[in-house]
Every structure is written in structure tokens, then in C-alpha cells.
Design a protein around this ligand. Structure first.
Ligand SMILES: Cc1ncc(C[n+]2csc(CCOP(=O)(O)OP(=O)(O)O)c2C)c(N)n1
Ligand SMILES: [Mg+2]
Length: 354
């Protein structure tokens, strides 16, 4: 035997909100726990509105976080402002936590590039839609942080499907070799559109994929925001401390469709989805807070009203934003437009400037 490995599993809150083991230190901060709860509820309300806008022809497409709210909120809450987030298209909870405005997210999904010029930290990356391609970007960012000797960490979020992409392995390998300040977060929601996890890998965990790249991986209950926050805190602190990369596998479940273009009932059973509703993160944290007498029915009603108002106001601002000139679709990808696109642009705008 020359190699042996183990993968830890982390969980604090059971689905009914009871505690499985001693809570991490931050859990004594009632305000923080309530902020985590509020962020998850806001995300859920926002998702519902975004889908309604799409269904009524006012948004292009959208990917909901239903069931996964604890992952993006838990991760973002452990980051410092100066850290760098490289999100996938489903990590809205992290963007919102970091200060991106709701109407900016709607602008992006409405096809308006101004949504990417967001109010979050300017150095954060925009949503990455090509699966897994944010992983090599993250390794590059972390390499730069290390060269500049800046105590900052790059945090990369991608799905279980992305872990089958070469980009992800290459990024992890490079990060391991150079001991880069990176945290890779694989959001294992069990599905990559209609491809189940069983067809994605024959590994027992995604976390163990880190071992081959020379660093450790941990499996975390992604429906437990306390576990997500605690795992992220530890991994980010280690990366900041020069101890190299870490990998977090957030085990969760996508309760909704892949995007508004999908109908998940065509490839998975209602029973399967129903079973996972019993684990979802919002009820779980609420049960804990209520058990601890930190949250009441009237707090809940007030929060629901606040979220509704905030989301409706953001939607109004989005809908009131005048669309850009169509020719601006050529503006943001290339510094110098290749001739094929330049010709299309000329065809669109004629001789006028667009
Ligand atoms: C490079 C690339 N190939 C294919 C697609 C089409 N596509 C969009 S999402 C997706 C599945 C991704 O699944 P996963 O990584 O598990 O993320 P999830 O959507 O579950 O959050 C695919 C194949 C894409 N966007 N990019
Ligand atoms: Mg997935």
C-alpha cells in the first residue's frame, strides 16, 4: 500500500432542524444566522419572480436555485470582499450576498450586457454559462494573486456535470502543483440537465477527485447552511494562509427544472423530487431558529413582505430600463471585431452607427 485516502462528511443540522454535533463558533452569532436565513428566503422569492417574468415573455431564460439556496449563500458569507468569485449561471445567492443588485441579474438574463457591469466587487467574474470553463479562469486568477503576494482567495463554483470536463481537472491539477489560493466548490445537485450523477462518475464522491490533484476534498451537506458556511470558512482560511487549494463537494438537490427551457418531469419521478423536499435548506434553518426562539411567525410574515417588496421594486426597475440599441450585442466580446461579425454588424445597422 503506498496511498490511502479518506473523505470527510460534514453536517450540523438534521432536516428537522435539530443539531447533530457541536455547532461551529459563528453559530453563536444570532444576527449572522438570521442574515443567512433572510438571504435564502430572498433568493427563493427572487427566483419565483424571475420565472414569472420569463413565462410572461419578459425575461430570456433563468436557472433557479430552488433547494440549493444554502450552497451559494453559505459560500459567499465566508468570503471577504477582496476575494474573487467565479460563479456559474446558478449561483445567484452568492452574487446577491456580494452586493449585486436584483435588477442587474434580471438585466443579464434579459439579454442586456449591462447586467454584467454589476454593483458587486468589480473584480468578481460574470456568470459563466459554458460549463466548467470558469475553473481554468479561477486557476489563472489565483496564480496572479499568488504572484502578487496578495492575501486573497479565488472561489470557483460549478456543478456535478462540470466535474466531468477536462477544464476542471486541468484547473485543479494546476492549482495543486502551484499550491494556489483557490477553493473549488462542486455543487452536486444530482443532475446535469437530464444526466443523473450515476452517469457522471463511478466515484463514490466528487470530493475525492481533489486527491488526484494533490489536495483535500470534503463532502458537505449542501442543504445545511451552517455546514456550508463552516466548510467554506475553513477552506478559505487555509487557502489564504498559503496552504494551497481545497475542494468542497456540496451535496444538494435541484428541486426545480434545470432552467425555464427544461421540463424535469420528463426524466425524473415526482416521488424522487418529493423525497428531497424533506431535506430542503430554508425550512431546515427556520426550524432551528424557531426551536432556539430566535425567530417567530411575525418575523416570518415581515420577512415575506420585505422580500416581496424588494423583488417587485427590482423587477419594476428592470422593466423600466430602456433596451439598448441592437448593435450593442457586438460590443463586449472582442476588442477588435473579426470581419465575420463586423459584416453582420454592418448588415444590421447599415451605414448609420447603430
Ligand atoms: C461547454 C458546455 N457544454 C454544454 C452546455 C449545455 N449545458 C448547460 S448546463 C449543462 C449541465 C450542467 O450541469 P451541472 O454542471 O451539474 O450544473 P447544474 O446545471 O446542475 O447547476 C449543460 C450540458 C454548456 N452550457 N456548456
Ligand atoms: Mg448539476
Amino acid at each position: 500500500m503506498i496511498a490511502r485516502f479518506e473523505v470527510r462528511q460534514r453536517n450540523y443540522l438534521a432536516p428537522d432542524g435539530s443539531i447533530n454535533r457541536a455547532l461551529p463558533a459563528f453559530a453563536s452569532d444570532a444576527k449572522l444566522l438570521i442574515d443567512l436565513y433572510r438571504a435564502m428566503v430572498l433568493l427563493r422569492v427572487f427566483d419565483r419572480k424571475a420565472v414569472a417574468l420569463q413565462r410572461t415573455g419578459r425575461l430570456g431564460t433563468y436557472a433557479v436555485s430552488l433547494g440549493q439556496e444554502a450552497v451559494s449563500v453559505g459560500i459567499a458569507s465566508a468570503m471577504r470582499e477582496e476575494d474573487v468569485l467565479l460563479p456559474s449561471y446558478r449561483d445567484n445567492g452568492a452574487l446577491i450576498w456580494r452586493g449585486v443588485k436584483l435588477e442587474e441579474i434580471l438585466l443579464f438574463w434579459g439579454g442586456d450586457e449591462r447586467g454584467n457591469h454589476f454593483s458587486g466587487p468589480v473584480h468578481d467574474f460574470p456568470f459563466c454559462v459554458p460549463v466548467g470553463s470558469q475553473a481554468p479562469h479561477t486557476a489563472g486568477v489565483a496564480y496572479a494573486l499568488k504572484l502578487r503576494k496578495e492575501p486573497r482567495v479565488a472561489v470557483c463554483m460549478f456543478g456535478d456535470g462540470a466535474t466531468s470536463k477536462g477544464d476542471v481537472y486541468e484547473a485543479m491539477n494546476f492549482a495543486g502543483v502551484h499550491k494556489l489560493p483557490v477553493v473549488f466548490v462542486a455543487v452536486n445537485n444530482q443532475w446535469a440537465i437530464s444526466v443523473p450523477l450515476s452517469l457522471q462518475t463511478s466515484c463514490e464522491t466528487l470530493a475525492q477527485k481533489a486527491i488526484a490533484a494533490g489536495f483535500s476534498g470534503e463532502q458537505v451537506d449542501g442543504s445545511d447552511v451552517l455546514a456550508m458556511r463552516a466548510a467554506a470558512e475553513e477552506a478559505i482560511a487555509a487557502a489564504r494562509d498559503g496552504k494551497g487549494p481545497r475542494f468542497i463537494e456540496a451535496v444538494t438537490y435541484r428541486l426545480g427544472d434545470h432552467t425555464t427551457s427544461d421540463d424535469a418531469s420528463r426524466y425524473r419521478s415526482a416521488e424522487e423530487v418529493q423525497a428531497h423536499w424533506k431535506e430542503e435548506p430554508v425550512t431546515r434553518l427556520r426550524s432551528y431558529l424557531v426551536n432556539q426562539k430566535m425567530w417567530s411567525k411575525s418575523d416570518e410574515e415581515q420577512l415575506a413582505a420585505e422580500c416581496h417588496e424588494r423583488v417587485e421594486a427590482a423587477a419594476e426597475r428592470y422593466l423600466a430600463t430602456p433596451p439598448r440599441r441592437p448593435a450593442t450585442m457586438f460590443d463586449h466580446l472582442y476588442a477588435d471585431l473579426p470581419e465575420a461579425y463586423a459584416a453582420q454588424r454592418r448588415e444590421l445597422v447599415g451605414d448609420d452607427n447603430g
